[in-house]
Design a protein around this ligand. Structure first.
Ligand code: ADP
Ligand code: MG
Length: 240
């Protein structure tokens, strides 16, 4: 796989505040700065409440920063409208969430076909592509099952197949093993590793556990909305 070093994610002095119900606001991210290059596998780690998901929502164009500049593939995402953000997401990003976010009443195949809905592909090609993705995650015999009939690990594999169906350059995974036992979790992490190494897909994975972050090649550690470490995976998590 050809390795390029194109910068695909660039956060410049990103701040994020949420309004508080009783007035005023709570600042959650403070002057966040980092860039991520194509082909990286990065773990964003920090304790619960440290701002990881808020950060991922900004990276994933699900939310915008309160101030600062965010560029995705060289495009300034900061001022885009909701519709424009949706286009950016659909074009570049595959999402994987802790709770899988599958449609419970739709078949596995329908779920995987979802990101292809807006691509203007004929139905036969959508089905073919979705089947290919299910094969890739080892679930080719489960296409007519409902998500509720599958184990957690299998559900997450369906979610990964769905993320891959849109042919994303970037996968954003928020606590992807958080609802899985460690055996299923490890399988998912190894699969991410393979996607990164074999297909060159950039992966940004959020976790609160060092043992999970270790699967990545780079660690960005946040505490109270500030980065306190950014570099190679350290030997252990003392000092983070
Ligand atoms: P993490 O993913 O690291 O657990 P989050 O980014 O989810 O942390 O949350 C960080 C802080 O921001 C928390 O105090 C949380 O309550 C607050 N927060 C997150 N999202 C919102 C929101 N939509 N509205 C108000 N506060 C929020
Ligand atoms: Mg979170």
């Amino acid at each position: 796989m050809k390795k390029t070093s194109e910068t695909i994610i660039s956060l410049n002095n990103i701040n994020k505040s949420f309004p508080l119900e009783l007035g005023g606001e709570q600042q959650v991210l403070f002057d966040i700065n980092f860039t991520i290059k194509s082909g990286e596998f990065v773990a964003i780690m920090g304790p619960s409440g440290s701002g990881k998901s808020t950060c991922m929502n900004i990276i994933g164009a699900l939310d915008t920063a309160s101030s600062g500049v965010y560029e995705l593939y060289g495009r300034d995402v900061t001022g885009l409208t909701t519709d424009e953000l949706a286009v950016v997401r659909n074009e570049y990003i595959g999402f994987v969430f802790q709770q899988f976010n599958l449609l419970p009443k739709r078949s596995v195949l329908d779920n995987v076909m979802l990101p292809l809905m807006y691509r203007g592909l004929p139905m036969s090609e959508r089905i073919e592509r979705a089947r290919e993705m299910l094969k890739r995650v080892g679930l080719e015999n489960f296409e007519s099952y409902l998500p509720t009939q599958l184990s957690g690990g299998m559900k997450q594999r369906v979610a990964i197949a769905r993320a891959l169906a849109g042919n994303p350059k970037l996968i954003l995974a928020d606590e992807p093993t958080g609802a899985l036992d460690s055996k299923m979790g490890n399988e998912i992490l190894k699969f991410f590793k393979k996607l990164n190494e074999d297909l060159g897909i950039t992966i940004v994975m959020i976790t609160h556990e060092f043992d999970i972050a270790k699967y990545a090649n780079r660690l960005i550690h946040v505490r109270d909305g500030r980065i306190n470490y950014d570099g190679k995976i350290p030997k252990d998590d003392r000092g983070l």
